[in-house]
Design a binder for this molecule. Structure first.
Ligand SMILES: [Zn+2]
Ligand SMILES: [Zn+2]
Length: 275
């Protein structure tokens, strides 16, 4: 059984309206692409900040630019017009846990994917509002990043920790601390294990400047040693990216002795053999 849960129905680009992309026809294109890759468990996880309700959680200018759609319409669309699992990629905003809990509450998610894209109001992975080049050292940025990812797991808001070492996205050695990276991973791994969350193996990093899956092999080994279940995803934003470089991901999992993947239904997790 292969999964692809962290999937977006549209690119992060202007003019990608819900009217255009939240359609049965678009969902069928994703389903067809999943079948080609032998992915049986397919779900969507739209960015929370594409929904107007997100502004009740956080009013970052980047979110204000994007938060247009109706969250209930999205949930209704996925449940009524598709056979996809219903998820959401919900940013972790420290200090706003109660507000995010309110947003998530009362909606029948199959799973909630938690991600850290920002440190305070500075972005890790976009050119706008970037944390890089603000004068803060890579060492400090990496430490703060992994502490925040750990906090996100412990918040109890999430079923899956997304792209757990997103901080490396730009792949630039100058933005990477000059130190054994296990020093940074360790507090995050401890938090994942304590929280009992699943951790994503995402092939999205292979499409990014860093050219490596999230998490890095050493980080993944630590996560497995700590007993955390793995959720496999591509973070696709178009049907062509579904199951992106899964052969490589599955090979890595086999090498590390992983035989099962986390599968979710109405926020209940079970493990299924990769096969
Ligand atoms: Zn993300
Ligand atoms: Zn995503």
């Amino acid at each position: 059984m292969l999964t692809d849960y962290h999937v977006h129905l549209r690119p992060d680009e202007p003019d990608t309206t819900a009217a255009k992309y939240f359609t049965a026809g678009n969902a069928e294109r994703y389903r067809a692409a999943a079948e080609e890759h032998g992915i049986q468990e397919l779900g969507v996880a739209e960015h929370v900040y594409r929904f107007a309700a997100a502004l009740e959680v956080w009013e970052h200018p980047l979110w204000r630019e994007w938060a247009k759609d109706d969250l209930d319409d999205y949930c209704g669309f996925v449940r009524e017009q598709t056979d996809l699992k219903l998820g959401i990629e919900a940013d972790f905003v420290p200090g706003r846990e109660d507000r995010m809990a309110n947003l998530l509450e009362g909606r029948d998610w199959d799973y909630v994917v938690g991600s850290v894209h920002f440190l305070r109001d500075r972005s890790l992975d976009t050119q706008d509002y970037s944390v890089w080049g603000t004068g803060e050292s890579p060492e400090r940025i990496w430490r703060r990043y992994f502490e925040t990812v750990g906090e996100s797991a412990l918040s109890g808001l999430y079923d899956i920790v997304a792209h757990p070492d997103l901080v490396k996205v730009w792949g630039d050695r100058a933005l990477r601390p000059d130190k054994d990276l296990r020093y940074f991973y360790e507090p995050a791994v401890e938090a994942f294990a304590e929280a009992g969350v699943a951790v994503e193996l995402s092939t999205a990093g292979l499409r990014k400047p860093v050219g490596e899956q999230y998490p890095a092999r050493t980080f993944l080994e630590m996560i497995l040693d700590a007993g955390c279940p793995i959720a496999l995803s591509s973070d696709a934003h178009v049907p062509d990216q579904l199951g992106f470089r899964y052969e490589q991901a599955v090979e890595l999992l086999q090498e590390l002795g992983v035989e099962e993947l986390a599968v979710f239904e109405r926020r209940q997790r079970r493990m299924e053999a990769i096969g």
